[in-house]
Design a protein around this ligand. Structure first.
Ligand SMILES: [Cu+2]
Length: 129
């Protein structure tokens, strides 16, 4: 009986580990579907790696866009507004950005996708711990 309980506990622990995975979110931007992932869940103060997978209307990977990420926090008591920009590098058909959150709290992120002279934006908010 004790052994059964132990097995059940281990299974629960493993399930917990499976759930504690990357922050992931899918958003639409014009003709694109953007899969946004952050390697920390929740995102943390300091460096975080954001990975963006972009697919066109036909479900094909988009690898010829210029993608950048704006992120910031509006002004709050004792803190002026903060705004940062990051470029991305293409790796394995995904755009990778390194975001450095200087404090915890709610950050507004805008992903800008420019292709053939047209820009589409994806907006999201993350709660940085
Ligand atoms: Cu702040």
């Amino acid at each position: 009986m004790k052994r059964v309980l132990l097995v059940v506990c281990v299974l629960f622990l493993m399930a917990g580990l499976v759930h504690a995975k990357d922050y992931e979110l899918t958003k639409k931007a014009g003709p694109y579907t953007v899969l946004i992932a952050i390697d920390k869940n929740p995102p943390v103060t300091g460096p975080n790696k954001m990975t963006l997978g972009i697919k066109d209307g036909g479900g094909k990977d988009v690898t010829d866009a210029v993608v950048s990420v704006d992120y910031g926090m509006p002004a709050m008591p004792g803190m002026p507004a903060m705004n940062y920009k990051s470029g991305t590098t293409l790796k394995d058909k995904q755009y990778v950005a390194n975001l450095d959150f200087s404090m915890s709290g709610s950050w507004a992120i805008t992903v800008k996708i420019t292709r053939a002279g047209k820009m589409q934006a994806v907006k999201l908010n993350v709660d940085v711990k």
